[in-house]
Design a protein around this ligand. Structure first.
Ligand code: NDP
Length: 291
């Protein structure tokens, strides 16, 4: 069997077209969507993510503001900027690129972002709302995964779903979204005994581990939908320097029914969902102003 490829790039382009139309309609009503991005320190991967987010905004007709700080910036300076952006009616989304340098209390920074502008969906109130299946800003990566699953037409209600990873930004919200959609969800992590026992039962398998080619074909149920969230840069072997996922694509594609590639899978959808959340926030602001 050879799996169908779930083309995240194509799906992202389609959704971004719809977002650009909504952004243009807002701008015409005098409410141009605007995202503020804060980058602290010089982590090269973070710099690439921020650059891609800003470029994505530009293409979709979303204004972006970028604030760069050195790694040794005082947390008070960043907190003051967040307060200023919270109060600015022209700003609809605020994002602080993670990870943060050690002098920062990450939870305190995320809590300092206004819930209404928390387009990453990491504020504890948004997390709580998501867990209660209430309207919330949904974290972008798992939200993108849900859109990709929907695009496959695979039934989620009643499906056995296994998520490998329990991080706050991917694994846990992913499990909540799948639960809300009616799947029976198992969350695996580094303490899980016999990981393959769980993964082999999965109709839907989401890998968010951060380990290159960790999930192999023998761990996958024939016909399963496999979503590879991982972005890893290989440091050795013939593919050194290349990006790869948490799934060993070649062996997995022999067994799975459908699979996302890396790159070109979950990555493009993540930024797309960020743009969508910014537009949603701007639409709410326009409604509040009666525009
Ligand atoms: P974290 O490092 O925060 O979480 C990794 C998770 O994997 C942890 O829960 C950890 O368990 C679990 N894990 C580690 N080793 C094992 C193991 N041997 N068996 C089972 N579980 C294990 O990573 P993130 O969630 O932030 O990211 C995961 C991956 O997704 C990374 O490659 C990252 O680069 C990528 N990513 C991609 C995005 C995209 O846009 N496509 C966006 C965000 C992330 P424990 O909790 O016990 O330590």
């Amino acid at each position: 069997m050879t799996a169908r490829i779930i083309d995240g790039k194509a799906l992202a382009e389609q959704v971004r077209g719809e977002i650009a139309t909504r952004a243009a309609a807002l701008a015409a009503r005098g409410e141009q969507p605007c995202l503020a991005v804060l980058l602290i320190g010089a982590d090269p991967a973070s710099a690439v993510y921020v650059r891609n987010k800003v470029a994505g905004c530009e293409k979709a007709g979303i204004r972006s503001l970028r604030f760069d700080y050195s790694a040794d910036v005082a947390p008070e300076e960043v907190m003051a900027k967040l307060a200023e952006l919270n109060a600015d009616p022209a700003v609809h989304g605020i994002l602080v690129q993670l990870p943060l340098p050690p002098q920062f209390d990450e939870a305190a920074v995320l809590e300092a972002i206004s819930v209404e502008k928390d387009v990453d969906g990491f504020h504890a109130e948004n997390v709580g709302r998501l867990s209660q299946n209430q309207e919330a800003f949904i974290p972008c990566t798992p939200h993108g995964v849900m859109k990709m699953l929907e695009s496959t037409g695979v039934p989620l209600a009643g499906a056995e779903a296994v998520v490998i990873g329990r991080s706050n930004i991917v694994g846990k919200p992913m499990a909540m979204l799948l639960t809300n959609a009616g799947a029976t969800v198992t969350v695996c992590h580094s303490k899980t005994r016999d990981l393959a026992f769980h993964t082999r039962r999965a109709d839907i398998l989401v890998a968010a581990v951060g380990k290159p080619r960790f999930v192999t074909g023998d761990m996958i149920k024939p016909g399963a939908v496999v979503i590879d969230v991982g972005i890893n840069r290989l440091t050795e072997g013939p593919d050194a320097g290349k990006l790869c996922g948490d799934v060993d694509f070649d062996s997995a594609a022999q067994v799975a029914g459908a699979i996302t590639p890396v790159p070109g899978g979950v990555g493009p959808m993540t930024i797309t969902m960020l743009l969508e959340n910014t537009v949603i926030s701007a639409e709410r602001a326009a409604r509040r102003k009666g525009l």
